[in-house]
Write a protein that binds this ligand. Structure first.
Ligand code: TMP
Ligand code: ASP
Length: 242
């Protein structure tokens, strides 16, 4: 395997840093130890959280790749870094919901925990100044972020991802309540699943106890940060049991 040379910082977000490499088509993604919520209003440092999310995302993306769905993930490089295909990120967050929770529960005034007979898809416009508002397809096309054809393609990929990972998690006694995914386009203009899938970006409930096993514990201030770390560790342990 050829050696990867880490070059310049291409971009930096709240929890990850992206580096260019000697290959213009590949980037290195570095997972930081920050934990943030509520559009960065709540933030903390959680030692080695980056190591856990790098490993958890690696396991999930390897699984998704193995199911024939194209992702940016190439391989894990070390504890904190993974090598990925370089993509231009589409500035939208796609949320897939299987059970009512979080902002949907608040917005519509419906109780958390109602099982949806069909998954509900939502899109949020990634724009810090506007605080990532919920938008619809027509807004996204109007803003020239994406075309209707691309949106339909993404909904179809997101639905397939939901189908396969819901089962993947359930086999590990984890209920996938909802999750957020992001997509990018590679140099051939192909749409690839990008970013991460981890307890930061999903709602996980324990199948037996229905207890929360994700970032909601931090968002809602339900646990001390050390306990939040232990829960992320528990997710990793369960994913490692085949
Ligand atoms: P929500 O109920 O707060 O809209 O969140 C839905 C799902 O999306 C939940 O699993 C958390 C995830 N999410 C993110 O990963 N990043 C975000 O910025 C938001 C708002 C939600
Ligand atoms: N706003 C998001 C959340 O509440 C993510 C973040 O701010 O990092 O999870």
């Amino acid at each position: 395997m050829s050696c990867i040379i880490k070059k310049n910082i291409l971009s930096e977000g709240k929890t990850k840093r992206i580096y260019t490499t000697q290959n213009p088509l590949e980037v290195l993604i570095h997972y930081k130890d920050n934990i943030t919520a509520l559009d960065g209003l709540k933030k903390n440092f959680l030692q080695d959280k980056g190591v856990l999310n790098n490993e958890i995302t690696t396991l999930i993306f390897k699984f998704i790749n193995s199911c024939g769905i194209k992702t940016h993930f190439i391989r894990k490089k070390n504890n904190r870094e993974q090598l990925c295909h370089k993509v231009d990120m589409i500035p939208l967050e796609f949320v897939v919901r299987n059970i009512v929770a979080g902002s949907m529960s608040k917005r519509l005034g419906v109780k958390e925990g109602i099982h949806l007979s069909n998954p509900i898809f939502e899109i949020f416009y990634k724009n810090d100044k506007l605080k990532d508002p919920l938008i619809n397809d027509h807004h996204a096309v109007f803003l020239e972020i994406i075309s209707y054809e691309e949106l339909n393609r993404i909904y179809s990929i997101a639905s397939e991802i939901n189908h396969i990972i819901k089962k993947y998690f359930l086999d590990k006694n984890i209920i996938l309540v909802d999750f957020k995914i992001e997509f990018g386009k590679n140099h051939k203009n192909e749409i690839l699943l990008s970013d991460e899938i981890s307890p930061d970006t999903c709602r996980f409930w324990d199948k037996k106890t229905m207890k929360k096993l994700d970032k909601d514990l931090f968002r809602m201030g339900l646990k001390e940060k050390e306990e939040v770390f232990d829960i992320y560790m528990e997710i990793l342990k369960r994913l490692n049991v085949s």
